[in-house]
Design a protein around this ligand. Structure first.
Ligand SMILES: [Zn+2]
Length: 131
């Protein structure tokens, strides 16, 4: 099964899946997701790694989950304002009862789904409440 050995280079896994890589402009503006050009000053941006730490701005509790996520329901999905400024949405792994607006979160990387046929494992970012 040669296709199973076609693994992405280490750096791609690191940069794309285990980090939150957005972009930064010389003017100081930060973008997540990344933008190639800064809308403010039209300059080309450079990659910028975000901490993933932030604060819950708002959230919703999913009680009837989409196919493939049933085992996780109910779960909270929040809009998080990163400490660097941009907003990101993501699932909170804690019990929905613990989730509150204004609570601080830290990122974790979890396996989301596994495609048995192709042997592809999809990773994604989730968030955990900080104590
Ligand atoms: Zn700019």
């Amino acid at each position: 099964m040669p296709h199973r050995t076609a693994v992405a280079p280490e750096w791609r896994l690191k940069e794309g899946r285990y980090n939150l890589v957005g972009s930064k402009c010389a003017c100081g503006s930060l973008y997540f997701p990344a933008r190639m050009y800064c809308p403010a000053c039209k300059k080309e941006t450079t990659p910028h790694k975000f901490s993933g730490k932030g604060e819950i701005v708002t959230y919703t509790v999913i009680r009837s989950a989409p196919a493939g996520f049933e085992e996780y329901a109910p779960y909270a999905v929040a809009i998080i304002k990163l400490q660097e400024g941009p907003m990101i949405s993501g699932q909170i792994v804690n019990s929905p009862e613990e989730v509150k607006v204004g609570k601080r979160v830290t990122p974790i990387f979890r396996k989301l789904t596994e495609d048995g046929e192709a042997g592809i494992i999809h990773y994604g970012i989730k968030f955990e409440l900080e104590e």
